[in-house]
Design a protein around this ligand. Structure first.
Ligand code: MSP
Length: 643
């Protein structure tokens, strides 16, 4: 058994997680779960990075103290991580007291000659939370955020990073797995070779941050504080024992998983800080690739952010996990498009694994009343041996693909492809053994053996996918009827093997991945660009619409039409009847007295025998699919024109 301390970057809390930030956590979770199933003792650490200027602004906007705002964001973040099945062991907030203690202790341990004070002037980009050099600006703007940095002139505390150039290069040379994948190692090495400058590690006159030890007119620079979180979480600087860790010594970390944009902080500044404080360096910093949306960077300004909540309520967390992990190696960039997502979902999830489970349970129920038993040893048929070899051989491949020490990358996509080959082989096994024929030919023993073998294969598949698709794994486990005898949470890879499934009574569950009906229900999250390109109309066309505020006077359900409500509305003296398809989202009582927006010049229509003289406007929320009726934001009299 090995002890492994695995961390992700800690997230800024001015925005909620999107697919990019979620990608990192999903990858880290897959590794943590994988290693736990290997029998290792894993401590998986995550958290939020709270001392940024952005946080202070966001909190002020909401009229909240910064700490309260951060605590609220922690609830939101952790609930998203829970819905994605992220199994972290501890979640740190940098505004916690334990972190203040660790940061103060750490700075106290750094070599005195590495810290000094000097006046510094430069361009500071707030979204980066870093100084940028004049030469790196593009038209005076930060190259990443396209916004104008602020000119700062302050007396700051400095860390003598320049003194660590040779030591860092030496460390990279002696520890080729310190920075992975190789492309990141080369980038960082070239950067360090070009020469290092000392860095400012404090900010003057900011009240939101950790007071600089010995000088409370300064706060610790947010990145300097953030990096130390990895130590805080091990109990560093604390006199009390952390209940989650006990007396285990977690440091040095086995693996820091971070995005490729922040490798310099983790592979240059962080190791130099640790050297200065006389502490061991983490074994590996892995700079994973980025998730793009249709090849573009997700950004608020472009309006093209897709979040986990756009996907989970409709398709489940595992569909998202599968898509992101199956696209490319963790070190490379990946891309999200709804088209590809639908293809993967309907192909690999609905058709392959979903269908395999469904047909197996269907046949077991139909032919054997759901009862499957291991049979006494009989001579295996050639097709039995093919399937057995596939199952017993796949773990070795999966292990190699996710082992960054061996391959230098983390190839989730190849590991999943290998597991999907077992799914394909099991499907083929069913087709060639043809249980339906065995029934006809009354070959009962052979039928029992065949269906048992298929269920056994599914049990192995459930174990293999557990780190990647935990909810699906558990569902298969339960539909196979294994839950009572073998607790899913206790399963380890040692349990993989041919013929290890005990006698079981399977259940017929509902499909684990119902097919996506491509056209009507797929939420489209168009980019602003697409909005501009497609479906443009002339203003004169828009003017043809007559939109008005109406008051709902009466509302009632339409008999035998569970989606429809019939409303009597008043449009400023003009009383009308309209039919609206919102009965699954609103009760009649909720609507009576409400002011709504109505298209008043639509030709009358008869819907289910009821005349409708207008149309109510409502939005369908992309994230939840809920229908939300549009109402004026302030009081407006019925009949008011909307344009
Ligand atoms: N707070 C810093 C990290 C401090 S670690 C001591 C930070 N926060 S962040 O919220 O901007 O990003 C959190 C993580 O998400 C980072 O590792 C970042 O690289 C990653 N990602 C942000 N956008 C991403 C994509 N579009 N794709 C993949 N990962 C991305 O940086």
């Amino acid at each position: 058994m090995r002890q492994l301390y695995i961390t992700t970057a800690i997230d800024y809390v001015n925005n909620l997680p999107h697919l990019g930030t979620a990608y990192e956590k999903i990858g880290a979770d897959a590794i943590a779960r994988f290693r736990r199933m290997e029998g290792d003792k894993v401590h998986f650490q995550m958290g939020n990075d709270e001392h940024s200027a952005g946080v202070k602004k966001a909190a002020e906007k909401e009229g909240l103290p910064s700490k309260k705002y951060c605590d609220g964001m922690k609830e939101k973040f952790t609930s998203i991580w829970a819905s994605l099945g992220i199994s972290y062991d501890d979640f740190i907030q940098t505004s916690e007291k334990r972190h203040y203690t660790a940061v103060t202790t750490f700075i106290g341990k750094m070599k005195k000659e590495d810290l000094y004070k000097k006046r510094y002037e430069g361009w500071y980009c707030e979204p980066c939370e870093a100084f940028t050099l004049e030469k790196d600006l593009v038209d005076g703007n930060c190259a990443t955020h396209k916004s104008k940095p602020r000119w700062l002139s302050e007396e700051n505390y400095f860390f003598k990073l320049s003194a660590y150039q040779d030591k860092l290069l030496q460390h990279y040379k002696e520890h080729p797995r310190f920075i992975l994948p190789e492309i990141r190692r080369n980038e960082v090495r070239n950067f360090v070779k070009a020469g290092l400058q000392d860095i400012s590690i404090s900010r003057a006159g900011l009240d939101w941050g950790i007071p600089f030890p010995g000088d409370s007119s300064h706060t610790v620079y947010v990145w300097f504080d953030a990096l130390i979180n990895y130590l805080t979480a091990t109990g560093y600087g604390s006199k009390t024992v952390n209940k989650k860790i006990g007396r285990l010594s977690l440091w040095p970390a086995e693996l820091h998983l971070v995005g490729k944009d922040i490798t310099r902080f983790h592979c240059v500044i962080w190791p130099a800080m640790l050297m200065s404080a006389g502490l061991a360096l983490p074994k590996t910093v892995f700079g994973h690739g980025f998730v793009f949306l249709k090849g573009e960077k997700m950004s608020k300004t472009l309006g093209n952010i897709v979040t986990p909540l756009d996907i989970i309520p409709r398709y489940g967390a595992d569909a998202l996990r599968y898509y992101l992990l199956r696209e490319s190696s963790f070190g490379a960039d990946g891309d999200f498009t709804w088209d590809n997502f639908t293809k993967r979902y309907n192909g690999d999830l609905a058709n392959d694994i979903g269908n395999l489970l469904n047909r197996t349970l269907g046949m077991a129920n139909k032919y054997l009343e759901g009862h499957l038993v291991p049979l006494k040893k009989t001579k295996p048929l050639p097709e039995d041996t093919v399937l057995k070899d596939k199952i017993t051989g796949v773990l070795k491949i999966v292990r190699e693909e996710v082992d960054w020490q061996k391959s230098g990358d983390i190839n989730f996509h190849k590991a999943l492809a290998a597991i999907w080959e077992v799914i394909g082989a099991t499907d083929k096994y069913i087709d060639s053994s043809a249980p339906w024929r065995l029934v006809k030919e009354e070959k009962t023993e052979e039928l029992k053996k065949t269906l048992y073998n298929v269920a056994d294969s599914l049990r192995n598949i459930a174990l293999l996918i557990a780190p990647f698709l935990p909810k699906t794994s558990r569902e298969i486990w339960s539909q196979l009827g294994l839950e009572k005898k073998l607790k899913w949470e206790k399963q380890v890879f040692k349990n993989i093997g041919w013929g290890k499934t005990p006698a079981t009574q399977v259940t017929a569950g509902k499909p684990i991945f119902p097919r996506i009906d491509i056209s009507p229900s797929l939420p489209s999250v168009p980019t602003n660009k697409e909005n501009k390109m497609e479906n443009q109309i002339e203003f004169s066309e828009f003017q043809k619409l007559e939109l008005r505020i109406a008051e709902v006077k009466q509302a009632a359900k339409v008999e035998k039409a569970d989606k429809l409500l019939v409303l009597q509305i008043d449009i400023g003296g003009d009383e009308r009847q309209i039919v609206a398809g919102i009965a699954q989202h609103y009760t009649p009582e909720e609507l009576i007295g409400k002011k709504v927006v109505v298209v008043t010049n639509l030709k009358p229509a008869v819907i289910r025998g009821i005349e409708s003289n207008g149309m109510l406007l409502a939005a369908t929320d992309t994230a939840t699919g809920k229908v939300i009726v549009l109402t004026p934001e302030k009081e407006a009299v019925a009949g008011s024109k909307v344009k």
